[in-house]
Design a protein. Structure first.
Length: 737
């Protein structure tokens, strides 16, 4: 048998003279910056561990964050000094609009203690035993559906199937609800909420409090689930408390009395706790069992041992709660799956006061990051950590390791309350499926790799940076349209030359020294560029600079020249130039940043991509022109497609608007055709292509919404209204909604 490393964790020696600073990620260290963290945080954190060891500091977009990756450090944060570390960390702030005051993210320790005290008795192994029949019954019904729908040898989507199973189990356990119309409505609402949360966790921006279309759908789904819960609560309030096997969790929670004050849980809090249970139970079961079946299919020697144990212990019958101690290998398979692919592989605490960890100074307010993906692969404690080897979890091997080197459910006073429920469910479903079936991979199935799902990011700082870019673009556009600069090509050329000099600089750290010597518009650009460029890839910087230079140069020569001479441009020239002067290509470049992608040159330079990009830009430009026509006519502005069409074709306002509207429809069709061609041409590039396409579609839709209601385009508005945050949320950030 392979021997796990048994070394006792050695605490690092403390430096004489008091606490020392935590090692900090610095430029040039090879770890990367904010963009590297957002793009692939596991790789970023892994490089940080390789470079600095088991504790290091980094500041993604200014947020102080410390990774701890040693069991002693994790015990310190979660157990020994757990009262000093609360859940006011950035990760929990992100999800609090959904989880609200439930146990998972509640930062109010007094309320949390009361809720935990009331709920804990209903999640002990003894109480969980009354719900295990739900688990095996639903698993058996799932197998019947498989046999009827797919037959032996059929192909199924195991993640989707297990997700439905998980929700049915939690439905029955919480509400005693069979899958009728009401329960199916709850499933649909939960599925909508879970899909939106999944997309949000991949890029948690804008905050859930921002009413984007997707966030409004999320709130509607939560409201539907609240209605579902209310229905059962009201029903329970008029019923006697069920007894025995028929008792469900909702009834238990509804009638629980706090031993400290003799009060029951209020109904609003009960709603919050029920949704927390649903979300926690769904994610743990769906992800862990999906990975378990995948790993078993990849490792037939492990699968054979699991089936041998099931056949020997169960002899063809359905497993029960009493069988759990008799299925140790099934439990080891579940534990090893949780080690390799923990569903909640990343969690945080915030230092509420200053502390010292192993001689390192931890300032108050620091976000402490625990990444079990890295911890569960720590080479000091796990031999061959990438290997799927359930024997790591024999009692002898478990006893040889530090307890806090394995934390799939957290630890300390805020350990996951559903731990016993989850482990029972995992083992019983594994055994139920193994009793009747083997799951194998289809021929040619590619290797599956984990996707980073939840990552903390600086919502406010990121939003501020992007909004500042939009503010700058709006204000420069206003100056060109309405100010003296817009009618002085020579002055504009001088400003543009200074801007190009800023964009070509490689020394981003000299911003403060140089800013004082630059004109205001150039100084503002320098500030934005030096805040953006260091974390961007070389390709993105090159592309962004090219597009911004085209925007500025075209405005300084062609547009300003037309204003000076009173020339009304022809349609074809205007359409080509407008995409540049409107900074549309510049704004499209932000899709890469928002979606965390780096579009390959072979895709970006292809004919269908250029067609799709130009068509999307045209739709955005022309939509703005329709809604801004009346104001621009009042200002004597000729750079508007509807005005140009009317001027050259002798059309009145309404006829010109109608022609441009029909042109927008045709351009939208052109975009959709190019989109379909892109998907056919680059089937292997979906991971980068689909987010970009979604970003373009979102911008086209969102621009209509913004343009139709902004005061910026009202003829009676005497001052322009940049509203960059509003525009950002309506357009580019709509790809998240």
């Amino acid at each position: 048998m392979e021997s796990e490393k048994s070394m006792s964790p050695q605490v690092r020696s403390r430096a004489p003279g008091g606490a020392r600073e935590i090692p900090t990620v610095t430029p040039g260290s090879g770890v990367g910056g904010t963009l590297a963290f957002k793009r692939d945080q596991l790789a970023f954190l892994g490089r940080g561990v390789d470079r600095y060891g088991d504790i290091f500091r980094f500041r993604p977009l200014g947020i102080p964050m410390v990774l701890v990756n040693h069991p002693d450090y994790i015990r310190h944060v979660l157990v020994d000094e757990g009262e000093k570390y609360d859940k006011n960390a950035v990760l929990f702030k992100i999800v609090r609009p959904v989880l609200r005051k439930g146990l998972i993210a509640n930062p109010d320790m007094d309320l949390w203690r009361r809720q935990r005290r009331m709920m804990a008795p209903h999640f002990t192994p003894r109480t969980v035993s009354s719900f295990t029949r739900n688990m095996t019954d639903e698993a058996e019904q799932m197998l019947v559906r498989w046999e009827q729908s797919y037959g032996r040898g059929g192909t199924l989507d195991v993640t989707d199937e297990i997700g439905q199973l998980a929700l049915r189990i939690v439905n029955r356990s919480l509400f005693s609800a069979q899958v009728g119309d009401i329960a199916q409505a709850f499933e649909r609402a939960f599925g909508e909420a879970n899909a939106i949360l999944g997309a949000f966790f991949r890029f948690p921006f804008p905050p859930l409090s921002v009413p984007t279309p997707r966030h409004r759908r999320l709130r509607a789904a939560i409201a539907d689930m609240d209605t579902f819960v209310s229905t059962f609560i009201n029903r329970r309030l008029h019923e006697e408390v069920p007894t025995g096997e028929e008792t469900d969790l909702l009834t238990l929670l509804l009638h629980t009395v706090d031993e400290a004050d003799g009060q029951r849980m209020d109904l609003e809090q009960l709603h919050h706790e029920v949704l927390n249970i649903c979300i926690g139970a769904y994610e743990t079961t769906t992800n862990t069992l999906s990975w378990a079946f995948y790993l078993l299919a990849r490792h037939p020697e492990v699968e054979a041992k699991l089936h041998a144990e099931v056949d020997s212990v169960l002899a063809g019958r359905t497993p029960t709660f009493e069988d759990l101690p008799r299925l140790p290998y099934n439990r080891m398979v579940a534990d090893e799956t949780l080690r390799i692919y923990s569903p909640a592989y990343q969690f945080m605490r915030r230092a509420s006061s200053a502390d010292v960890i192993d001689g390192y100074r931890v300032p108050a307010g620091t976000n402490m990051l625990i990444n079990s993906y890295l911890l569960h692969r720590h080479p000091d404690f796990w031999d061959d950590p990438e290997r799927f080897y359930p024997q790591r979890f024999t009692p002898e091997q478990v006893a040889r390791r530090p307890k806090h080197v394995y934390v799939p459910f957290g630890s300390g006073h805020r350990v996951c309350i559903g731990k016993h429920f989850a482990l029972s469910e995992l083992v019983l479903v594994l055994a139920t499926v193994a009793r009747r079936h083997r799951l194998v991979l289809p021929p040619g199935a590619p290797e599956v790799r984990p996707e980073a799902l939840v990552y903390p990011t600086a919502d406010a700082a990121h939003a501020e940076l992007m909004a500042d870019w939009f503010t700058w673009l709006f204000l420069v556009d206003d100056q060109l349209d309405d100010g003296a600069d817009g009618r002085s090509p020579q002055h504009l050329a001088e400003v543009m030359a200074a801007m190009r000099q800023v964009l070509s600089a490689d020394d981003f750290g000299a911003a403060d020294a140089r800013r004082r010597d630059l004109p205001r518009a150039v100084s503002s650009l320098a500030d934005l560029w030096w805040r953006t460029a260091p974390d961007a890839t070389a390709r993105w910087r090159r592309l962004f600079v090219r597009h911004l230079e085209q925007c500025l140069t075209t405005a300084a020569t062609w547009e300003a020249g037309n204003r000076l001479s009173g020339t009304v441009p022809d349609e074809a020239t205007y359409i080509e130039k407008r995409r540049h002067t409107g900074a549309i290509y510049v704004c499209m470049d932000f899709i890469d940043v928002i979606e965390r992608i780096d579009m390959p040159d072979e895709v970006y330079d292809s004919a269908p991509f250029r067609t799709a990009l130009d068509a999307a830009c045209n739709v955005v430009c022309w939509t703005n022109d329709i809604y801004s026509l009346d104001k621009e006519r009042a200002l004597g502005e000729v750079h508007n497609l509807a005005y140009i069409v009317g001027y050259h074709h002798g059309l009145d306002r309404d006829a010109a608007m109608d022609r441009v509207t029909r042109a927008i429809g045709a351009e939208t069709d052109l975009y959709l055709t190019a989109q379909a061609q892109l998907r056919r041409t680059f089937p292997g590039r979906a991971a980068v292509l689909e987010p970009y396409l979604a970003g373009m579609r979102s911008w086209m839709r969102g621009n209509v919404e913004w343009s139709s209601r902004t005061k910026r385009y009202q003829p009676t508005q005497t001052t322009t209204e940049p509203a960059p945050q509003e525009y950002l949320e309506a357009t580019l950030l709509g790809s998240q909604g």
